[in-house]
Every structure is written in structure tokens, then in C-alpha cells.
Design a protein around this ligand. Sequence first.
Ligand code: NAG
Ligand code: NAG
Ligand code: NAG
Length: 462
Amino acid sequence: MKFFAVLGVLVLATMADAGVSMNNPNYCYMTDNIKSMTNMFGALTSYEAIRRFNFTTVNPYRSTCEASRFWYLGRYGTRYPHPGNFNAMINMANSNFQQDIINNYNEGRTTLCREDFEALSTWTIPPYFNIGFASMTTPSGVLAVQEIARRYQANFPGILNGTYSPDRFLFRHTWSERTTTSLRAFASGLFGVEDAQNVVYEPVPTRDWFLRPFDFCPLFDQQHGWVSVEREAFLEGPEIAEMVEQLNAKLGLTGGNRIGFQQIFTVWDWCRFETAYTFEFSDSPTGYNSTWCAAFSVAHQLLLEYTTDLYTFHTTGYGVPNQRLLENLHCGLAQDLLTHLRSDNPTDQMARIFMSYAEEIQGMLVTLGAFRDVWPFHRHNFAQHSSRHWIGSLITPFSSNLAVVRYDCDDGDNDIVFYLNERPILIPGCNQQNGVCKLSNIERIFQRFIDVDCEEFFCSDN
Ligand SMILES: *[C@@H]1O[C@H](CO)[C@@H](O)[C@H](O)[C@H]1NC(C)=O
Ligand SMILES: *[C@@H]1O[C@H](CO)[C@@H](O)[C@H](O)[C@H]1NC(C)=O
Ligand SMILES: *[C@@H]1O[C@H](CO)[C@@H](O)[C@H](O)[C@H]1NC(C)=O
């Protein structure tokens, strides 16, 4: 009997150490003052969480030429959950789930630390998590975007000075509340809330193929759809099965109280949304505490993050088999950018500012050739991708932005710098040390977008 008990402990210990995930069953969230998972929430990552982390290795070189033109493609700021996820979150919060965990802790069946238990036992649905706000921008999202605008203005005062004029600025958003509110936040960051009232926004066309190309291209839907087969397979695989076991064990959930991947994802949503709702109001590099993060170890967060990257890689990233079609979908944006960078007409606007979605930023990055990995992502190579380039948490968090700046040089071949989330990025064809591009190279590489009729071309793979 004793022998078997010892063997049992050994087997359990081996299981806990198995695989690449390095799960720590005793991980204590509340007392972790690094909280690296705040950078692992995929598309629901707070902008400030990654900004305060300084993720890039590119030397933040500034061209010595004079900044003259600015082009900006933003993703909307932090939002409330979409209705489906929101309902699942509220239902979970109103179920016996929380009380089960409290009972389990009191009966010694969990591996939760005392601090995490205390937070879980007093947690209630935050008052601002009101289903009526589903999908709308949160105050933290407005603040993040305002601050982004202020920092760009401080860096490029000659272009983004504090006086609005429609001759100098173009603003365009999509039909959704979240891009509209976020673009207004950008304008109020530049001009102040009062002067921003005067800003003229471009009308939103019904068929907005320019800012929402995916919505108007049946060919893309036919060829790819919006499912990542590799993600679905990964969810059925051994890493996720192990995580489900470990998470139930940590929370002491057995029998009919056990939870599966879908419910774990809902717990993760609570962890992510409460973090994102408050992060921008905190001065700390880790943000405020978000109680439900206590259910996970850091290894679990890495796995969950990978499920989000598998999805974007195969739906709007380098995993889309018809790359040409994905690139052409961004014809409108690419052409607008090229026209803006190439023109020397003094009556042009100096800044063109667009507010859209993560898919468009990802698609533009693919078009530019940035953040490409050597190996594709699939169900079997999570471990191989521990240091991948395509990390949605860093590339397209809430409020993410691709900004392109032209610097006028004396020799006539102007410098172009691409900034993602305010840091220079490397584009093929540009200087691979400091990220500075020459306009002549950019024109050569992207020539096919220059004179084409994008409204015809965007949904083709020519
Ligand atoms: C990030 O970079 C900024 C600017 O260089 C610096 O002031 C800040 O201390 C850095 N933060 C971290 C966490 O390294
Ligand atoms: C901003 O730039 C415009 C055009 O160059 C200029 O007329 C205006 O005085 C500038 N405003 C400030 C506050 O620098
Ligand atoms: C998070 O909770 C811990 C433990 O209760 C506490 O020490 C810490 O100050 C909290 N952090 C924040 C940002 O509130």
C-alpha cells in the first residue's frame, strides 16, 4: 500500500512536469509582481501592458531627415466583450462555479494560494460589466488611444500640431461604435476634447471595401472561411487535454463539477477583460489585479495564447494559403499609403488617420512581409514556436497601430519608417538594423498597387 502511494506521487509528479508547458500547480497570481500573462491575452491584450514591457529589439533610430507626412492605421481601443462571450461570462458568474471552488479550498482540495483564494471568495461581477455595453469601447480604450495620439504628436510636432484643419488632417472610421469612438479619442488626444468637436470625419460608405475588405470578398470566404483547422485540432490535442486536467486539479473540481475547454475559455475571458478594463488607469507595469487569472498558471496562459495565434495565422496571417489574395485585399490601404508617401503636392493632407480592426493591421503586415516566421504554425509544433514572430498579443493588442512616417531627405530619396505600436519594425527591402526604408525601394516592391483600380483588384489573386 505504501509502495503504491509513493508510486502514485511519483506518477503525479511526472505528469505535472510533462511536456513543454512547465505547469506550476502552486502558481500564485496575486503575489506575482511580474504577471507576465498580461502580455499573453492575444487580441484582448491591453495596449499599455505591452507598451510598458518594451518588447522590440529594433534600435529606435530616428531618421535625420525631416518628418513631413504621417499615415496611421489603428485598431479600436479596449472594448467590452461581444454578446456571445459576454453572456457566457455572466452565466458562469451567476452559476455555482465560484462557490464550488470556495468549498473545495475550504476542504483542502485545491492548490490555490491563500491570496488567490481570498480574492476568489470575495469576487463579484464588476458593476460596469453590463451586457448593454457589449462590443462598445471602454474608458480605458479611450484613454489608451488619446495617449497614443499625444505621444505621436510629441514625436512629430511639425506634422501633428495641435491645430485642426481639414486641409491638414484626414480622419476615417468604419460603421461600428468602437472604431468611431476610438477615432474621436485620437482626435481629442491631438486637439483637446473641445477642438476635436470640429473634426470632419469621412463618410462611411455602405460598401466599405477599403476599411473592411474581408466583408466584401466572397472569394476569400469561399477559399478560406473563418475557421482554423489547425486550431480546432490543437484544442483536441494532448497539450490542451493536460491543461484541462491541471486546471480542474488546481481548482479541486471533480465529477459533475469539472469544467471543459469552453468553460476554461470563459474563465480566461474574465481574466482578460477585467485586466483590460482597468489596465490603462493603473500606474503599475502589471496593471490591477484581475481575480480569475488566479485559475491559470503561466504555462496555461501560453497555451491559450497559442490557440489565438493559430487562429489569426491561418485566417489573416501567413497561414492563409492564397497569400496573394490576402495581400490584394489590402489594395485600398496600400495604395492610399503609397499615394500619400509619393506625393509632393503641398495641398495634400499631412496626416491620414484610419481606425479599423486587427484583421486589417495583420493583413497589412503580411502585405509588407513583417513578422514572418520560418515555420508554419500547426497542431503539433507549439513547442517549436516558443519564440515566434507572429504573436498577436504584441502585434494587435487593443489600440494597436501601424504608423508610417515619411522623412524628407536632401538627396530626394526620402526615408520611410514603419512603426508598429510606436516602435520601428523591420520590413524586407529596408535597412535590417534600424528599420529605415528608402521610398524608392518601397515604390519598387509595392509597385503593383500604385496605379491599379483597387475596387476591382482587391478581391482577386492576380
Ligand atoms: C521602456 O523604454 C523606455 C524608453 O526607453 C524606458 O524609459 C523604460 O524604463 C523602459 N521600460 C522597461 C520596463 O524596460
Ligand atoms: C500648425 O501648423 C499650421 C500649418 O503649418 C500653422 O499654421 C499653425 O500655426 C501651427 N500651429 C501650432 C500650434 O504650431
Ligand atoms: C493585488 O493583490 C495583492 C494581494 O492581495 C496585493 O498585494 C497587491 O497590492 C494587489 N495589486 C494591485 C495593483 O492592486
